[in-house]
Design a protein around this ligand. Structure first.
Ligand SMILES: NC(=[NH2+])NCCC[C@H](N)C(=O)O
Length: 399
């Protein structure tokens, strides 16, 4: 008995000692306030017991290197960059720009961290952008009939660069909208970093309108049309080849949850044979089959981008959103879908968009935010079936 206690004690002490050694990401991200000299002398472990990740690169940050150089050279295996994109000009309702900060205040970071204790999280704050004269000119001459084209382009141009940066520094990224217009920049930036990409667009809407087909003039109903090669010519004055040279192949796009498709969108989807699982198909075959068909359609070598519009969920679990449509996915169905995608271990980029805290009452807002957090939690590691890591497995004694 005494020997057993002594052994357990030693094990704990050893663990505590080791946990003081940090991987480069933890040293930089969690101890950001330390003076650079201390950072440089930080003893680095090849396996960090704080975040339980093995660094792909354990480049030394000694020899007087500054921390920003060290930062750029490291990608922890399970690290997540988060960017808030408070863009609301893709549609007409104020409030969707408040979602990134509201999710942060609702403990986004803690929720993600507690669902996956190996995850190293870095929050890059909220995206800023500036509109320039060229974009205003494009808007005046070619796209005056759709709303806020110049802002849309300026924001997405900045987002493309931000996504590329986050993927240089992290293994995954999360973009929090804002409205779904940001789906263009998020996926386009992802495609520039990882040209072999598959996209799963989970939404009540197809968001594949062209400027010539949109009935609302709202650009949050158009982002997908900027991404597909076959539709590029319809945006010939937008300079897409310069800002977003890589396109998404139409067979690597799958929609889930659609139930409000405009006539021209239905025409486009069918003309190009784009796979979409609308709610009627989901009702008919069930979520497990939808997941199976989705995974079968995606190239298994590709990384995956999941663009999740909160309005994919039924309005009883996500009431605070600008274009709610009844009869959507239950929260359980939404969770099952993102769990299955996560289990591929290929998800590299995620968007969560269209939460609008100015719509509905306090309870509606809370319900919507909580649903969003549940989706993200499962997306980034939480298992309903339970799991263990970073615990004292000697607790039951050795046999
Ligand atoms: N991401 C969204 N909530 N999109 C809604 C789009 C609605 C409609 N199809 C439109 O183009 O205006």
């Amino acid at each position: 008995m005494i020997v057993l206690i002594w052994q357990r004690c030693c094990r704990r002490r050893r663990r505590r000692r080791r946990s003081r050694r940090l991987c480069l990401s933890c040293a930089i991200l969690s101890e950001a306030n330390r003076p650079a000299s201390m950072l440089a002398s930080q003893k680095l472990a090849s396996r960090c017991l704080r975040c339980l990740v093995r660094c792909k690169s354990t480049t030394s940050i000694g020899s007087g290197s500054n921390s920003s150089r060290a930062k750029a050279s490291v990608v922890a295996e399970q690290s997540l960059g988060i960017i808030g994109v408070p863009f609301a000009k893709g549609q007409g309702k104020q409030g969707v720009e408040l979602a990134p900060d509201l999710l942060r205040q609702s403990n986004l970071r803690q929720v993600l961290q507690s669902s996956h204790d190996g995850l190293v999280i870095r929050d890059y704050g909220n995206l800023q952008y500036a509109v320039d004269e060229t974009l205003l000119q494009q808007q005046r001459v070619h796209y005056h009939h759709i709303r806020n084209y110049a802002d849309f382009m300026a924001c997405n141009r900045a987002l493309i660069e931000q996504v590329k940066l986050m993927l240089q520094q992290n293994s995954q990224f999360l973009a929090i909208g804002g409205d779904h217009a940001i789906g263009f920049g998020s996926v386009a930036g992802h495609l520039q970093h990882t040209p072999n990409l598959s996209l799963v667009w989970i939404d009540a809407h197809a968001d594949i309108n062209l400027h010539s087909t949109s009935q609302s003039g709202n650009i949050h109903g158009m982002p997908v049309s900027f991404l597909l090669e076959q539709l590029r010519t319809t945006w010939q004055h937008a300079g897409l080849n310069e800002i977003a040279p890589n396109c998404l192949p139409k067979d690597q796009l799958v929609y889930i949850g659609l139930r409000d498709i405009d006539p021209y969108e239905a025409f486009i989807l069918n003309k190009f044979g784009i796979r979409y699982y609308a709610m009627d198909t989901i009702d008919r075959v069930g979520v497990p089959k939808i997941i199976e068909m989705t995974l079968d359609a995606l190239n298994p070598q590709n990384k995956i981008h999941v663009s999740f519009d909160i309005d994919a969920l039924d309005s009883n679990v996500a009431p605070s959103t600008g274009t709610a449509v009844r009869g959507g996915l239950t929260l359980r169905e939404g969770i099952s879908i993102v769990e299955a995608l996560r289990d591929t271990k290929r998800v590299q980029g995620v968007d969560l968009v269209e939460i609008n805290p100015k719509l509905g009452n306090e309870r509606d807002v809370r319900t919507t935010v909580e649903s969003g957090l549940e989706i993200l939690k499962s997306m980034f590691g939480y298992r309903r079936s339970g799991h263990w890591s970073n615990i004292d497995t000697g607790i039951l004694g050795s046999d």
